[in-house]
Design a protein around this ligand. Structure first.
Ligand code: SF4
Length: 98
């Protein structure tokens, strides 16, 4: 069962913020999963299973935005075949992927 308490839902996706590992990173990532676009391929969960999981309908959810380093989260986004994952550096105001 996927824990839901760390996931915020919006009308167009799942969004969570990542404040860095152990408080040492200054990167603040915003991760957005477009649940309407997700086809349940599972690549994101395979790449960063502590961050992404498939829910009971085989759609990706963010279970822990702090569960992996930023590079791995971006790699998970890059692995998505339908570009359903957006990663934004909130502090820099820069979209890191796609
Ligand atoms: S990789 Fe993309 S399509 Fe596959 S489960 Fe993750 S978000 Fe959905």
């Amino acid at each position: 069962m996927v824990p839901r308490q760390t996931v915020r839902h919006s009308t167009d996706g799942t969004e969570s913020r990542h404040a860095g590992e152990g408080g040492t990173s200054t990167v603040t990532l915003r991760i957005i999963v477009d649940r309407l676009r997700c086809i349940g391929a599972g690549n994101c969960a395979d790449t960063a299973s502590a961050v992404f999981q498939l829910d009971e309908t085989d759609v990706s959810v963010i279970v822990n935005p702090h569960g992996a380093a930023p590079d791995l989260i971006i790699a998970a986004a890059e692995s998505c075949p339908v570009d359903a994952i957006k990663v934004i550096d909130d502090q820099a105001g820069q979209q890191l992927y796609p």
